[in-house]
Write a protein that binds this ligand. Structure first.
Ligand SMILES: *Cc1c(COP(=O)(O)O)cnc(C)c1O
Length: 423
């Protein structure tokens, strides 16, 4: 494979750093990347992030800046905003949040005061740190109350969500998460939020691309605010957006700037605009549906090999494997799979008896491999590699891991990654 890519100025100015970038290019090309929050952006998105837009300061919003020289930047940001509104069907979009965590913090700033109660999914059950978990600023400055899933089905316990909402009267309810393999019932959350007069924030960071591509229901009819990263299934640069009806536009905009941030990252805004342009194309619908088809096929193949999956399978891009029955801790399995060229992360499973830094599960997903063009026919092969990796982890069999490593690299050479494919 003709890697590393050419970065002539970087190589001349800082060969040490250029070597590291080149090594990462090779790693991303050769390995099977199964981290569900990661992806491969297109060459166009990658180029947009490396433009002179990076040189500008633009505090404020299009047409209302605190700096001159915004003729082009205003148009870039307006393009991103208009495309976000069209792709997601919302009245308002703010494309300035630096990433998903600050986007969520802006929602707190807009709709709650320190000490107020917020209701979110518990981190070990699949929620995100910023949904009021204790070690996060959101759980320190606000009173976080947490819901979870049913032990038997692995599905969200809506009786618990309703009971907690009625008892605690949260200002904000968060739905969405980082390890939720099933469809989020936005309508059920919306009904509960309206009953207790809470602001419902749908955090669609993981599934934004599936929603944009019509492969997951949209929260738009049910949520007051939609928060998302742009770099996961949406396949854009590292960044975030907040979306809402027009009624909440002012509160959200004020919270992002000047509430929480200074100047927006204009090169990121540009790349978000490019990613949204790509997400509006018919091919992206195919991509989103292929991500889900691959995840379902992978889940089936893993079940056939005796793996225990949280909730018994998947509706989206993500599969959460409970390795308790295989008698291998998640971290041991994840590190062994990494040596076999299969990149996953160890993860807690609901009601995990083990500690968060040494949990029982691994979390995998199909956004990246789908971006490279792998289809459902190859998912049994992926499941077989995972089984061999987990078995080798238990047996401490480095030769078996090396054998998988070779097979993975050979297959991946036939599926060039977007952004890394050279002419
Ligand atoms: C990834 C993620 C975030 C945070 O995004 P960062 O960009 O890493 O700050 C927030 N919420 C959910 C549900 C996520 O999956």
């Amino acid at each position: 494979m003709p890697l590393p890519l050419s970065h002539p100025a970087l190589s001349a100015a800082d060969p040490e750093l250029a070597d590291l970038v080149g090594a990462e290019e090779r790693l991303q090309a050769d390995t099977l990347r199964l981290i569900p929050s990661e992806n491969y952006v297109s060459a166009a998105v990658l180029e947009a992030t490396g433009t002179v837009l990076q040189n500008k300061y633009s505090e404020g919003y299009a047409g209302r800046r605190y700096y001159e020289g915004q003729q082009n930047i205003d148009r870039v940001e307006t393009l991103a905003v208009e495309r976000a509104k069209a792709v997601f069907g919302v009245e308002h979009a703010n494309v300035q949040p630096y990433s998903g965590s600050p986007a969520n913090l802006a929602a707190y700033l807009a709709f709650a005061r320190p000490g107020d109660t917020v209701l979110g999914m518990s981190l070990p059950m699949g929620g995100h740190l910023t949904h009021g978990w204790g070690v996060s600023a959101t759980g320190t400055w606000f009173h976080g109350v947490q819901y979870g899933v049913h032990a038997d089905t692995g599905l969200i316990d809506f009786d618990q969500v309703r009971d907690l909402a009625r008892k605690e009267r949260p200002k904000i309810i968060f739905c969405g998460g980082t390890a939720v393999p099933r469809t989020i019932d936005f309508a059920a959350f919306g009904e509960i939020a309206r009953e207790v007069d809470a602001v419902l924030v749908a955090d669609i960071a993981h599934i934004a691309g599936l929603i944009a591509g019509g492969a997951h229901p949209s929260p738009v009819p049910h949520a007051d605010v939609i928060s998302t990263t742009t770099h996961k299934t949406l396949r854009g640069p590292r960044g975030a957006m907040l979306m809402s009806r027009a009624t909440h536009a002012k509160a959200l905009d004020k919270a992002v700037f000047p509430g929480l941030q200074g100047g927006p990252h204009n090169h990121t805004t540009a790349a978000i605009a490019v990613a949204l342009h790509e997400a509006a194309a018919p091919a992206f619908r195919d991509y989103a549906h292929a991500v889900v088809a691959n995840a379902k096929a992978l889940a089936e193949a893993l079940l056939a090999r005796g793996f225990d999956l949280v909730s018994g399978g998947t509706d989206n891009h993500l599969v959460l494997i409970d390795l308790t029955g295989k008698d291998v801790p998640g971290k041991v399995a994840a590190k062994a799979l990494d040596r076999a060229g299969i990149v996953v992360n160890y993860n807690t499973v609901p009601f995990d008896p083990r500690k968060p830094f040494d949990p029982s599960g691994i979390r995998i997903g199909t956004p990246s491999l789908t971006s490279r063009g792998l289809g459902t026919d190859l998912m049994p092969q992926v499941a077989e590699w995972i089984e061999r990796g987990v078995t080798a982890a238990k047996a401490d069999d480095e030769a078996a891991l090396a054998a998988v490593r070779g097979e993975v690299a050979e297959l991946m050479a036939h599926y060039p990654a977007p952004g890394l494919a050279t002419a």
